[in-house]
Design a protein around this ligand. Structure first.
Ligand code: ARG
Ligand code: ZN
Length: 420
């Protein structure tokens, strides 16, 4: 009995420590005409620094999403109406969905094998990678690489999967979870890993394993990811201490890479959610990826770093909207092949093009680095879907999103293969 009481108390203590979003709503702003879009854009520009916009619109009939606290709601709603901006409330209470996930997941942590239809903890994912690698059969070879530790000392584990693997074989890099709260991204990487290992009898899977070695890092930012499980569901950055006076933590690892680091769209403010870091590659997780990928750059034909959300298949550049890369036509053409393959599965549309032009300018992205510094031509930064839930996409979508994105990535691989 006392054990149950103790368990209850410790669960309550953990829950109490977590940041809560009771009554926080997610508003979706849906411009349908150019006028609507102009009004929305004006509002966003004015308020972006104080309000938490989860998503910005890419044009007429695309949405912007905004989280508002119960205290903010009345004023914000009033201001939106005054500005002539249409919106609906797509989530009434974010905490309800967050609690649902936390409660379910607390019963699953520490178990093997991980639940492929749920979100999983970093340590469990790492154990699963090791176990999967040990169980590879049917001519598929698997190797894990511990590429170093995160700031808080978590092992960053990459798995390589291929048939007749070698250091000379063309390869594809996939990473996920660079932004901590974007949970559908690591789950999608795990879907890929499971398919490549356990569905290699499928002819299309076998083909991409014969053509490429796949290097997959499912959690680029394990400290941030664990923090979203233990403390703050909507944490985005790493967890390095950045400002002792204001007690701020974390740099944005996708502003920390060393190509055009420190340019536009990357904040110099340590407390900002898009803080670029102290210097290029100040973040241990970004350093580890740099040090692992750089010596293998000649092997990599593609570099894919997965985010959520927005249904974009981004190409470089992120750092400037003033020019497109020399290889843009090829990058976009392969991107369109991906978008078509995804569309064919569940009818979901993606938009292909430079993130700086379609979304916003952001310097220090890992895709700009892989293309700009390493010359990996097919460097992409996909933004996976959210199904109307923002970062809190329910577990039911793990498999459908995994399946369609895997079709997209196989199509990408084969298109690159055909073009070489
Ligand atoms: N949402 C992503 C971010 O803010 C998009 C980044 C686009 N820019 C880029 N260089 N990939 O990090
Ligand atoms: Zn992201």
């Amino acid at each position: 009995m006392w054990k149950i009481a103790f368990l209850f108390l410790s669960v309550a203590a953990v829950l109490a420590e977590r940041k809560r979003y009771d009554g926080h709503k997610l508003l979706r702003i849906t411009p349908t005409t150019q006028e609507d879009l102009d009004a929305a854009t004006k509002f966003i520009d004015q308020r972006q620094s104080e309000l938490d916009f989860w998503k910005l619109p890419r044009g007429v009939s695309d949405n912007a999403d905004l989280r508002v606290s119960p205290e903010e709601y009345d004023t914000v709603a009033e201001q939106l109406r005054a500005a002539g901006v249409n919106f609906n409330v797509i989530q009434e209470n974010l905490q309800d969905r967050i609690d649902e996930d936390y409660e379910r997941l607390s019963n699953k942590a520490g178990k093997q094998p991980i639940d492929l239809e749920d979100f999983n903890r970093h340590g469990d994912i790492n154990t699963w990678l090791t176990n999967q690698a040990a169980s590879c059969t049917g001519g598929v070879q698997c190797t894990t690489y511990d590429i170093g530790n995160s700031y808080e000392g978590r092992t960053m584990r990459v798995i390589r999967i291929g048939i007749n693997s070698s250091d000379q074989k063309p390869a594809i890099w996939v990473d996920a979870g660079i932004h901590a709260r974007e949970w559908i991204s690591p789950s999608t990487a795990i879907y890929f890993i499971n398919q490549l290992i356990n569905n290699a009898a499928d002819a299309t899977v076998r083909q991409v394993l014969e053509r490429f070695d796949w290097f997959i890092l499912p959690l680029h930012n394990p400290d941030g990811y664990e923090y979203t499980h233990t403390n703050e569901r909507l944490w985005r950055k790493t967890r390095t201490p950045t400002d002792p006076v204001w007690d701020c933590y974390g740099a944005d690892p996708n502003r920390n890479f060393g190509y055009q680091w420190g340019g536009d769209g990357a904040s110099p403010e340590p407390c900002s959610d898009t803080y670029r870091g102290d210097s290029a590659f100040s973040e241990p997780c970004a350093q580890r990826v740099r040090d692992f990928v750089t010596p293998r750059a000649n092997q990599f034909r593609a570099f894919v770093t997965m985010h959520s959300y927005g249904q974009w298949w981004f190409t470089p550049w992120g750092y400037t909207a003033n020019e497109v890369p020399r290889d843009y036509d090829d990058q976009a053409a392969v991107g369109e092949v991906v978008a078509d393959a995804i569309f064919a599965v569940n009818g979901r549309s993606y938009t292909v093009g430079p993130s700086s032009i379609l979304l916003y300018v952001a310097s220090g992205g890992s895709d700009d680095w892989s293309y700009g510094s390493l010359g990996i031509k097919y460097s992409y930064c996909p933004e996976l879907p959210d199904e109307g839930f923002g970062f809190e996409i329910p577990r039911e979508y793990i498999t459908p999103v995994g399946r369609e994105t895997f079709e997209g990535i196989k199509a990408m691989a084969n298109e690159i293969w055909t073009r070489e």
